[in-house]
Design a protein around this ligand. Structure first.
Ligand SMILES: Nc1ncnc2c1ncn2[C@@H]1O[C@H](COP(=O)(O)OP(=O)(O)OP(=O)(O)O)[C@@H](O)[C@H]1O
Ligand SMILES: [Zn+2]
Length: 452
């Protein structure tokens, strides 16, 4: 296989991927804030980075890749939603996290190696890195200051601030809103820690009872589980600024390395009629709603139809097309094969996850009748024929004839063929087709399906 090349948002180029330690390739992806059911736009990064995970496992060995995707279970949106619904915060976050796991498993995504919850990394034991210790180190290093129960990151203390997003501090400050919180020294300084009222969740800290800012969570969890510098950091393109820029500021200033992660990967937006699918825009469909109509594999394949950095339009047509394609692939694939991708498919993926090219290569495998390679490739990509078949059986329209009658006619046709009366056999086939029942002769006998 040619070298794996990944587009790096930090260098704005497709770089050859060289892990820090090939025996332990490390990737962190920002996970969901668990206050509501995820929409299919939120599924895009989960599916894209699942593919990266599978590819890395193939190249470096399944035991040599560590994938961390967090769960943000402390956030003001969570507090508000729990109050609105009259349930405890814990109940809301547990229930939402469970739903998220079901959704992404149905989309064919492997579980990450670790799935840390933010609340478990706020205060930990002595010698264990946590959010409070990270803030203390930033203050000691002159990168953060406490004011009125808050702790803020001082962006003026970091010359490289804005490097990932390619924005200069001067420009950002000039563009900042006029109304800046009074406890901030600079308009772009961001919150590391904030005070909690008695009713809000809070943790004791040197700055009083409070809770962490969102950006801080990922710096602490990634360093605790992957080390101070790791290989790949991923998320949606909307996270570049401020979230990822601020993660970099915290981690590099705390640990003193030039980088937090060597490669930064960002997926483009999933759109509806040219607009980003977003909760705030109200144009969203939940993963759960998609799965009510389609098998997870169809949504998964539809997601691969565009390159991950390009926007993708979510349409009924693309789902229908994915369904048709998948049905053809499964029909043509052998029923047993190891989960191994064909070399041409691997080549396409090694080129910054070129999934449109990958799909073209799979079509080629099918047309060449490479049944084993096709099956191995589909399994490697996380597609599951059994799920698809079960969905197909459950969603098949009712035939116009009773099943016993269809079976009687099939038997009659088999008998006719045995007597070499092919005219009669064909007549029976046509008669069934006229009733909307199509026959398919395969190695295992004759099967039938209702024509849609
Ligand atoms: N339409 C989209 N297309 C692709 N990725 C998206 C989309 N919307 C959100 N994401 C990604 O989903 C992940 C979770 O994001 P976040 O927690 O901000 O979701 P959210 O608050 O539900 O999003 P929104 O409010 O925009 O609907 C992030 O990696 C984010 O970039
Ligand atoms: Zn993050």
């Amino acid at each position: 296989m040619t070298a794996l090349r990944l587009y790096n948002s930090l260098t704005k180029a497709k770089d050859v991927f060289a892990p820090i330690d090939p025996a332990d390739v490390r990737m962190y992806v920002c996970g969901p804030t668990v206050y509501d059911r995820a929409h299919i736009g939120n599924a895009r990064p989960v599916i894209v980075f699942d593919l990266v995970f599978r590819l890395l496992r193939h190249v470096y060995g399944a035991d040599h890749v560590t994938y961390v995707r967090n769960i943000t279970d402390v956030d003001d949106k969570i507090n508000a939603r729990a109050a609105e619904r009259g349930v405890s915060i814990r109940q809301l976050t547990e229930e939402t996290a469970r739903g998220f796991h079901e959704d992404v498993a149905a989309l064919g995504c492997l579980a990450p190696t670790h799935e840390p919850r933010a609340t478990e990394f706020i205060c930990r034991g002595e010698g264990e890195l946590d959010m409070v210790k990270l803030v203390q180190r930033l203050i000691a290093g002159g990168h953060a200051y406490a004011a009125e129960g808050h702790v803020l990151f001082d962006v003026s203390s970091m010359p490289a601030y804005g490097r990932l997003a390619r924005r200069s501090l001067d420009e950002m400050q000039a563009g900042a809103r006029v109304e800046v919180a009074p406890y901030k020294k600079g308009a772009m300084d961001f919150v590391l820690w904030k005070p909690s009222t008695e009713t809000e969740p809070g943790w004791d800290s040197p700055w009083g009872r409070g809770r962490p800012g969102w950006h801080l969570e990922c710096s602490a969890m990634s360093a605790a589980l992957l080390g101070e510098v790791f290989d790949i950091h991923g998320g949606g393109i909307d996270l570049i600024f401020p979230h990822h820029e601020n993660e970099i500021a915290q981690s590099t200033c705390c640990f003193g390395h030039e980088r937090m992660a060597n490669v930064w990967m960002h997926n483009g937006f999933l759109q509806v009629e040219g607009e980003k699918m977003a909760k705030s825009a109200g144009n969203f469909v939940t993963i759960r709603e998609v799965l009510a109509d389609w098998p997870g594999d169809v949504a998964r394949l539809a997601m691969f139809s565009a390159h991950y950095r390009q926007p993708i339009n979510w349409t009924l047509k693309s789902l229908q097309e994915a369904e048709r394609t998948l049905g053809q692939w499964f029909d043509a694939a052998a029923s047993d094969a190891e989960a191994r991708p064909a070399p041409d498919v691997l080549e396409a993926l090694a080129d910054d996850l070129n999934t449109p090219k990958m799909i073209a290569e799979i079509h080629r495998l099918k047309s060449e009748g490479a049944r084993k390679a096709l099956a191995g490739t589909l399994r490697f990509l996380g597609f599951r024929p059994d799920d698809y078949e079960a969905w197909k059986a459950a969603s098949a329209p009712e035939p116009a004839l009773p099943v016993s009658e269809i079976e009687r006619l099939i038997d009659a046709r088999i008998a006719a063929r045995r007597e070499r009366n092919f005219a009669e056999a064909d007549r029976i086939r046509d008669e069934l087709l006229a009733q909307g029942v199509a026959l398919k002769d395969g190695a295992g006998g004759t099967s039938w399906e209702v024509v849609r």
